[in-house]
Design a protein around this ligand. Structure first.
Ligand code: ACO
Length: 323
């Protein structure tokens, strides 16, 4: 069977580090409050003029550099973002031009913090259908541009960044034959709109708007939904949590990561966490964490890795991959 094999990962973070103490000069907050409630110590913020496609292109180049896939051999580019450069065209078309991958399929996907999971599942479907052989999947965000910097309950939780993976159609490694994406599981529930949304948009207000969130309610749903898509992935593949080498969850909040790990019975040592240094980078958080754990040698060839996310909509989902 044709599977989507993960042949490269990459990431990019803007240079500017903003600490909790820096934020305490801007809003009434403290390093202790932010660390205690979220586990976040610092975040990266894009420079003036540095846009989402800049981050996406840097992450894409980083991912492609570790592979033998030439940019002009790409068949598909999918960018997951809720903070595109422009209302249209898709940020993916800017990435395509910068890479010189003219003519291939390129589009954006909008599922907020679950965006990368949705994008990866979509690219996998194109590959398994035989429609493309190589795909570049990117999560890239500049949430700093849609934060209300007067609202201490939200502005301390997010950061900017991008992560990317390169997929190639393959038959799997050796006898095992189970290398690549094994399954994906996607969900949405639009009834939860008011718990996490942006109060602007081209059709409603003709403004960009700001992120609005009922944090406590989001927290409650996040743990339930993230645990559900882990169980679903395990059940679909006849696995137990002991079979999972690494969980790479959306990095919203250390307390959500800890509660989810406890709920599914996975030791915290097998959960990749970058939230302390990146904060919540929305669709970028999963590929950023994945790239970090691949590059520092925690995630190795043959490992079974479960990626999962949850975000505004609500949307939530998981992708199980043998690397
Ligand atoms: N600094 C100091 N005090 C603050 C801050 C701040 N930055 N923000 C809020 N407070 C205050 C509130 O005003 C409130 O004060 P009050 O009791 O006098 O009214 C108090 O702290 C408690 O506020 P709560 O919102 O009840 O605090 P809670 O313990 O729920 O923590 C938090 C808030 C961190 C937002 C938590 O609810 C959370 O993590 N929720 C999940 C949200 C999330 O991660 N969203 C990411 C997007 S969704 C996703 O990616 C899954």
């Amino acid at each position: 069977v044709t599977r989507s094999v993960l042949v490269g990962t990459g990431s990019y973070l803007p240079a500017r580090v903003v600490t909790n103490d820096d934020l305490s000069h801007r809003v009434d907050t403290s390093d202790a409050w932010i660390r205690d409630r979220s586990g976040i110590a610092e975040r990266r913020i894009a420079a003036e003029g540095e846009v989402t496609s800049d981050l996406a292109i840097a992450a894409a180049r980083h991912a492609l550099a570790g592979t033998d896939v030439a940019p002009d051999a790409l068949d598909l580019i999918v960018v997951a973002t809720a903070t595109p450069d422009h209302t249209f065209p898709a940020t993916a078309t800017k990435v395509q031009t910068a890479l010189g991958a003219h003519g291939c399929i390129a589009f954006d996907i909008q599922a907020v913090c679950t965006g990368f999971i949705y994008a990866l599942a979509t690219a996998d479907a194109f590959i398994r259908a035989g429609q493309v052989r190589t795909a570049l999947v990117i999560g890239a965000e500049t949430f700093s541009r849609i934060l209300d910097w007067e609202d201490r309950a939200t502005c301390v939780l997010f950061g900017d960044g991008a992560g990317a993976v390169v997929l190639r159609a393959g038959e799997g490694r050796g006898d095992a034959g189970d290398q690549g994406i094994l399954s994906s599981h996607l969900h949405a529930d639009g009834r939860q709109h008011d718990l996490l949304y942006v109060d602007g948009g081209p059709s409603s207000t003709q403004t960009t708007g700001h992120l609005r969130m009922q944090g406590r309610e989001v927290f409650r749903h996040a743990v339930v939904n993230m645990a559900q898509v882990v169980d679903e992935a395990l059940a679909a593949n006849g696995l137990t949590v002991d079979d999972i080498d690494w969980l790479v969850p959306h990095q919203a909040n250390q307390r959500i990561l800890d509660s989810t790990a406890r709920k599914i019975g996975l030791p915290a040592e097998r959960v990749v966490s970058t939230v302390a240094r990146h904060a919540n980078t929305s669709a970028a958080s999963v590929p950023l964490a994945l790239d970090e754990a691949v590059r520092d040698g925690r995630i190795r060839p043959g490992h079974l890795v479960l990626l999962e996310g949850m975000g505004g909509g609500f949307t939530w989902g998981s992708v199980l991959v043998r690397v």
